[in-house]
Design a protein around this ligand. Structure first.
Ligand SMILES: *Cc1c(COP(=O)(O)O)cnc(C)c1O
Length: 396
C-alpha cells in the first residue's frame, strides 16, 4: 500500500493513469473508489480542528471544497492532462465562471475566439461586462487577429479547438507564444478532444477547462466541469473562489466521471473511427456540398490537426444543398439518431446549429461565423457506423 502510494504516475501512459490514479484505498481494502456521501468531517480534537481551518494540517473540513471522491477525480484528470492540479465544478460553465472570478478584476480584458460555446460568449458579454471586464472576439484560426486584439489589460486568451460546429483547429503552440509574449495566459477548452486526443498544457497552454458532461461522462448522465492548471494558479486564484463561491461537483457525479475516465481512451478511439468513416461517406454524397472533419485531407487544417492531436475527434458537420429545408428533412427522416444539441455521448446525436445552438445569433453574425442554413452537425456515437449511415441515407 505505502509502496503503491509512491508511484510516480507521470511515467505511465494515459490509459494506465485513467484506471489507476486517484484511489487512496481506505482501511476497508475496497478495490473500487467509494462514494463519500458526507457533507462534513470530524476532527480528533479542538486543536486538530484549529489546525485544519488554518491550513496547517491537511485534510477535509467540508464537502463544498474537498471530498475524497471528488479529490480522486481531480487527481485522475490532472494526471491525464499532464497538469499539476485539477479542480472539479458542478458544470462546465461553473468551471469557466470560477476561472474568470479567480483571474479577473474590474478593468481587465479578455480575448476570446468567436467560435466558443454559446454560453461562454454570454458569460463574457452579458455578465463579466457588468463588472467592468471587457472581451474582444476574434477569428480562431487567425493568429494575427489574436495578437492585434491584445491590450495591456488583457489577462488571458480563451479558445476551443476543434471548434463547434465547424471543427476548425487553432494552433495552440503559436497562440501560447503570442499570449506569453504579452504576459497573458492561454486557456483552452478541451471538451472536443479530451486529454486522450490532445494535451493543451504540453503544447504550451496554461489552463485547460472541461465540461465533463460530454465525453468524460460519455453516456449523457451527469453535468460537471473542471479546471486544470499549475499548482500555484489553482491554489492562489481558483481554489479560493471554489471554497467561497461553492459551485461544487457532487461526490456521486465525481464517481460517475471517474469511471467515465477509465474507458475514455478506448471510447475516443472508437468515436474517431466511426466519425472518419462517416465523414468519408458524406464526402461522396452528391447533395453534400462540404464536410467539416479534420481527418479529411480536404480540411484546411488537416496537417495541423495531425500534428497537434492524436485523433480527429467524434464530431462531423456538413453543408447540404437545399439549405434549411433539406437539413430539417434529413434530421426528421432519421429513425434512431437522437435529435439533440448535446454531444460526446455513446449515442449518435444530430442537430441543426442555425436554428438551435446558434439561433440566438443574428443572421449576419451567423453568416460571419460560417453557420449556414444547410449546416448539420453530428456527434458520432458508438453504434455500428453502417447503421448510422443507413439511418442517414433516406434523408439524403
Ligand atoms: C457543453 C460545453 C460547455 C459547458 O459545459 P456544461 O457542462 O454544459 O456547463 C463548455 N464548453 C464546451 C465546448 C461545451 O461543449
Amino acid at each position: 500500500m505505502d509502496n503503491k502510494n509512491k508511484i510516480d504516475w507521470n511515467q505511465y501512459a494515459i490509459e494506465t493513469q485513467a484506471v489507476r490514479t486517484g484511489h487512496h484505498r481506505t482501511e476497508q481494502d475496497e478495490h473500487s473508489i467509494p462514494i463519500f456521501a458526507t457533507s462534513s468531517y470530524v476532527f480528533d480534537s479542538a486543536e486538530e480542528a484549529a489546525l485544519r481551518f488554518s491550513g496547517e494540517s491537511p485534510g477535509n473540513i467540508y464537502s463544498r471544497f474537498t471530498n475524497p471522491t471528488v479529490t480522486a477525480f481531480q487527481e485522475r484528470l490532472a494526471a491525464m492532462e499532464a497538469g499539476e492540479r485539477c479542480l472539479a465544478f458542478s458544470s462546465g460553465m461553473a468551471a469557466i465562471m470560477a476561472l474568470c472570478m479567480g483571474l479577473l478584476k474590474v478593468g481587465d480584458h479578455v480575448v476570446s475566439s468567436r467560435s466558443v460555446f454559446g454560453n461562454t460568449v454570454l458569460l463574457f458579454q452579458n455578465f463579466f461586462a457588468k463588472f467592468g471586464v471587457t472581451t474582444d472576439f476574434v477569428d480562431l484560426t487567425d493568429p494575427s487577429a489574436w495578437e492585434a486584439a491584445i491590450t495591456p489589460d488583457t489577462r488571458f486568451l480563451f479558445l476551443e479547438t476543434p471548434s463547434n460546429p465547424l471543427i476548425e483547429i487553432a494552433d495552440i503552440s503559436k497562440l501560447a507564444d503570442i499570449a506569453h509574449r504579452h504576459d497573458c495566459l492561454l486557456v483552452v477548452d478541451n471538451v472536443f478532444c479530451t486529454p486522450t486526443l490532445q494535451k493543451p498544457l504540453q503544447l504550451g497552454a496554461d489552463i485547460v477547462v472541461h465540461s465533463t458532461t460530454k465525453y468524460i461522462d460519455g453516456h449523457g448522465r451527469c453535468v460537471g466541469g473542471a479546471v486544470v492548471a499549475s499548482d500555484e494558479l489553482i491554489e492562489k486564484q481558483i481554489y479560493p473562489f471554489l471554497r467561497t463561491g461553492g459551485a461544487t461537483m457532487s461526490p456521486f457525479n465525481a464517481w460517475v466521471f471517474l469511471s467515465g475516465l477509465e474507458t475514455l481512451a478506448i471510447r475516443m478511439k472508437a468515436h474517431c473511427e466511426n466519425a472518419t468513416a462517416l465523414a468519408q461517406w458524406l464526402e461522396e454524397q452528391n447533395n453534400v456540398m462540404k464536410v467539416h472533419y479534420p481527418g479529411l485531407v480536404s480540411h484546411a487544417q488537416h496537417e495541423l490537426a495531425k500534428h497537434q492531436q492524436t485523433g480527429f475527434g467524434g464530431v462531423v458537420s456538413f453543408e447540404l444543398v437545399g439549405g434549411k429545408e433539406q437539413a430539417w428533412k434529413l434530421i426528421n427522416s432519421t429513425r434512431f439518431l437522437s435529435i439533440t444539441a448535446n454531444l460526446g455521448d455513446v449515442k449518435t446525436t444530430i442537430t441543426h446549429p442555425a436554428s438551435t445552438t446558434h439561433s440566438r445569433l443574428s443572421e449576419q453574425e451567423r453568416v460571419k461565423a460560417g453557420i449556414t442554413e444547410g449546416l448539420v452537425r453530428i456527434s458520432v456515437g458508438l453504434e455500428n457506423v453502417s447503421d448510422i449511415i443507413n439511418d442517414l441515407k433516406p434523408g439524403l
